[in-house]
Design a protein. Sequence first.
Length: 106
Amino acid sequence: MDLAAINAWIIYRGVTGEEINRHAFLRKLAKELREVYREKRESMFTKHNEEEQSQDKRKSSKRHLCQVGKCKRNKTTEKCETCFKNVCGKCTKSVEKNFYCKKCPL
């Protein structure tokens, strides 16, 4: 790792012509790499949160009793896209991987 940093410093000085000492170059390099990493991480984190929030409305990790029909109270993790009630497979109208309860209009 140290050898790679020294090589990068030598190349940087040769390309830019800037006279910068090795320690200042390493600090500058670390700061730039940290910024790139932080931006990438934040974008991944916000993207993941948006996906998670959209899925949270429709699907939960726990199983709940169906709130729609008289289906002997089946358990489910799915929720209706319209009314967000828990809906089991018997009480579901499935349209393009989205779940709707039989009571809600499409």
